[in-house]
Each structure stands twice: as structure tokens, then as C-alpha cells.
Design a protein around this ligand. Structure first.
Ligand SMILES: Nc1ncnc2c1ncn2[C@@H]1O[C@H](COP(=O)(O)OP(=O)(O)O)[C@@H](O)[C@H]1O
Ligand SMILES: [Mg+2]
Length: 395
């Protein structure tokens, strides 16, 4: 038995739990340090000229011309015959200058999207982070709000919840009843390793909000369901998108996330249990909206709701049957692109990273491209939805 293993005690009580969690925290921190070596920080990928050109929708000849004639980042020339390389922020400067996509109307607020599902493992965090990164490569500025006390999005951004970020760095304070508690979430926003993505991190302390919010619900003067909506208000002008990663529940905090959102996005694996959970989520949301309507006169209309089929395995017959049922249930709400079950995502998770962090995938280029094309397609569809709904009247 390795000497770091915890000796099993005859009874499993608080004492044993303490030993277990201390040991686990130590091992987890060690694991993370190894994963992020040589530096304990995550580094964004570097792009070569051809990649920058593709992201800008131009060819390499046009790019060479523009580099010489326009005031654009020059990148780092490699040795003779080598490829010029560009940092992520240089790449995004090129994208912002050249990619032909409409801009968010002047003065319009960010499109806020909550990623929801009742079930863990459906792909909420992965979808949120992939969407954030893909949108940033369309030149959009994104805030990711980690509202899941598990802090998975925070970990994907390279921060270990509880070590690199602590309670004061999370959104918890806005759910406090004290009169001097902040009502603007700006205090918790921090730039991430990824240019164009700021993050409000989460730690397990955030779970305390589930105790604070019911207390506030008993006070007539407090709109407990709108605390997050209000706290995001000052931030909305700073971003194109605010993406909220939620816990697998319809907790008090998740209600705040839904109420703060313009749109809901539900990643849904084509599995029976996931399908059943998704239905429970909508039933509960309906009950909740009835309660908020009858109890407080609150009415909420979302600008959009979309279901994203995730972890789709074309070779699995059972999964094909559930997929049919999902299509019947959610028809027009289903995004017309599916995310394949992919070894690339699992590998990214293993390395505390995402698809977009990988500069080189060891497996087949086709496998990588299949997932990347699908996630980029999702981002473009969501971007189009923002323009046709949230930003259609702003101008
Ligand atoms: N398309 C996919 N293919 C393979 N694995 C995936 C895919 N999407 C997510 N996963 C993996 O499934 C697990 C759960 O995903 P996650 O995004 O953390 O779900 P949630 O936030 O809903 O709990 C993670 O290990 C993740 O890497
Ligand atoms: Mg998650």
C-alpha cells in the first residue's frame, strides 16, 4: 500500500473525514502543480500565421500584405523558413480588425446565458468554457461566471479552488444579507490566462449561498431571485457575453442564474437518465416561475432557450433511440449541430484544459477537427441568436 494512502478507520466519522479531505487536498494540489508544470500558470496557445489568417477569414497572401500595410501586430518571426507566431492577444487583435462579423450595437448590454441541467456530467462546464473560447476567437469579449461551488470552470482556467482562489474571490458576497454587502459583482472579476475571457471564480465556500438565500427570501424587502441580475447590471456594458456555469440543480443560486440570463443553454447527452433529468429541470423551472409569479408578481421571458445534444455516439443504437425522443420533445429548441462524444474532450479534462488549449492533439487530426468544427458551429449559432434576439432591438 502506498504510504500516502489513508488508513481505513473502523468507523467513518468526522475525524476520518478530516484525515481524508486533508490528504486529498494535498494530493490534488500536487496533481495540479504537475499538470501545469513547468509554470504553475496556464498559458494560452500560440498561433501561426496560417491559423491567424483562417480565424480572420482571409488567406495567407492577404495576411502578408496586410501585415506590411496596416497597423496590425507583427507576431514573432521564426528562423529562416520558419513560421511567424502570434500570441492569443495579437491573434484577437487581428480578428477584431478583420473578421467580418457584426458588432454588438453600441450601448447594448451583454447577452447573458446560463448553462443549465439537472444532472452533473451532462457537459455544462465543458460547453460553457468551449463557448467562451470560441466566442473570443470571433473577437467577442466574454465574462465567465462560475456559479457552481465545485469550481470546475475555475479549475479549467488554471486556478485551484480553495488554494489560488478563496471565498472572497467568489460571487458569494452578493448573496449576503448585510446592508454593506456588495451589490455589484465587479469586485470578483479577474482576467484569465485567455485574452478576451474574464472569470469570476468559484470555491466550495460558494455553497453557503444556499443557506443565505432562503433567509433573505423571508424578508419582504429583498428580491432574492434578482440579486445576481442586479449585481451583473454594471458589468453588462463591458462584455459581449456573460456565460454562467451553474451547479447541477435548481438551487437558490441556480434560480438567480436563470433569472439573470437572457438565454438558457442545456447540454444534453443522448442517454435515458439525462433525458429524464432534463424533463425534471423544465418541470421544476415551470413550478418555480409559477411561484415567483403568484408570490411576487415576477414574470420572466427568456430571449431564447436551446438544447445542445452532447456526447453523441453515432454507433450506439440505444443512444440513437433516446436521440429520437429528445428530438420529439425539444424539436425547435434543439441547436442544429451535435457535439460528438470525443476523446479530445476527455483528454482536455485530464489535463485541466480544454479543446482550445491544445496546440497539438496526439490523436488523429480528423477527430480533433470534428469536435472543433462542432463547437465553433455552436458558438456561431449562439452569436447569431444573440443578434436576432437580445440585440435585435438595441441600436
Ligand atoms: N463531447 C464530449 N465527449 C467526451 N467527453 C465529454 C464531452 N463533453 C463533456 N465530456 C466529459 O464529461 C465530463 C463531465 O463534463 P462537465 O462539462 O464537467 O459536465 P457538468 O458540468 O455538466 O457536470 C467531463 O469529464 C468532460 O470532460
Ligand atoms: Mg460543471
Amino acid at each position: 500500500m502506498p504510504d500516502t494512502a489513508v488508513a481505513a478507520s473502523p468507523v467513518f466519522g468526522l475525524q476520518a473525514l478530516r484525515v481524508l479531505t486533508d490528504n486529498a487536498a494535498h494530493l490534488l494540489s500536487d496533481l495540479r502543480q504537475r499538470m501545469l508544470e513547468p509554470k504553475p500558470r496556464k498559458e494560452p496557445p500560440v498561433f501561426h500565421g496560417g491559423q491567424v489568417a483562417a480565424l480572420c477569414g482571409i488567406d495567407v497572401r492577404q495576411q502578408n500584405y496586410l501585415r506590411a500595410h496596416r497597423d496590425l501586430p507583427q507576431g514573432l518571426p521564426a528562423g529562416p523558413g520558419g513560421r511567424r507566431s502570434y500570441t492569443l492577444s495579437e491573434t484577437r487583435a487581428w480578428i477584431k480588425a478583420l473578421l467580418e462579423v457584426p458588432r454588438r450595437p453600441a450601448g447594448a448590454a451583454a447577452c447573458t446565458i446560463a448553462t443549465v441541467n439537472f444532472k452533473g456530467g451532462s457537459g455544462k462546464t465543458t460547453t460553457t468554457m468551449h463557448l467562451a473560447q470560441s466566442l473570443s476567437l470571433l473577437g467577442r469579449d466574454v465574462l465567465v461566471l462560475d456559479l457552481d461551488p465545485q469550481g470546475s470552470a475555475t479549475a479549467l482556467a488554471g486556478w485551484l479552488p480553495g488554494t489560488d482562489v478563496t471565498e472572497k474571490d467568489t460571487a458569494l458576497a452578493i448573496f449576503r444579507p448585510e446592508p454593506d454587502a456588495p451589490r455589484d459583482l465587479g469586485y470578483a472579476v479577474r482576467p484569465s490566462y485567455w485574452d478576451g475571457i474574464d472569470i469570476v471564480p468559484a470555491t466550495p465556500d460558494l455553497f453557503a449561498a444556499e443557506g443565505l438565500l432562503p433567509q433573505m427570501a423571508t424578508q419582504d424587502s429583498v428580491s432574492w431571485w434578482a440579486l445576481l441580475y442586479d449585481a451583473l447590471q454594471p458589468l453588462r456594458v463591458r462584455y459581449d457575453y456573460i456565460l454562467i456555469d451553474t451547479a447541477p440543480s435548481l438551487s437558490y443560486m441556480a434560480v438567480n442564474a436563470a433569472m439573470a440570463a437572457d438565454g438558457l443553454l442545456m447540454p444534453l447527452p443522448a442517454e435515458n437518465l439525462d433525458y429524464a433529468s432534463s424533463v425534471s429541470y423544465w418541470t421544476l423551472l415551470q413550478d418555480l416561475m409559477v411561484t415567483l409569479g403568484e408570490g411576487y408578481g415576477v414574470q420572466k421571458d427568456f430571449s431564447f432557450m436551446r438544447v445542445l445534444l452532447n456526447k453523441v455516439d453515432a454507433t450506439n443504437m440505444a443512444s440513437a433511440m433516446v436521440r429520437e425522443r429528445i428530438l420529439q420533445t425539444y424539436g425547435p429548441y434543439i441547436l442544429p449541430v451535435e457535439i460528438p462524444r470525443s476523446p479530445v474532450t476527455s483528454l482536455g479534462g485530464l489535463q485541466f484544459g480544454t479543446l482550445y488549449d491544445m496546440t497539438k492533439y496526439e490523436g488523429s487530426a480528423r477527430t480533433y477537427a470534428k469536435l472543433r468544427d462542432a463547437t465553433d458551429h455552436v458558438a456561431r449559432l449562439i452569436d447569431a441568436l444573440a443578434f436576432s434576439t437580445v440585440w435585435s432591438t438595441a441600436a
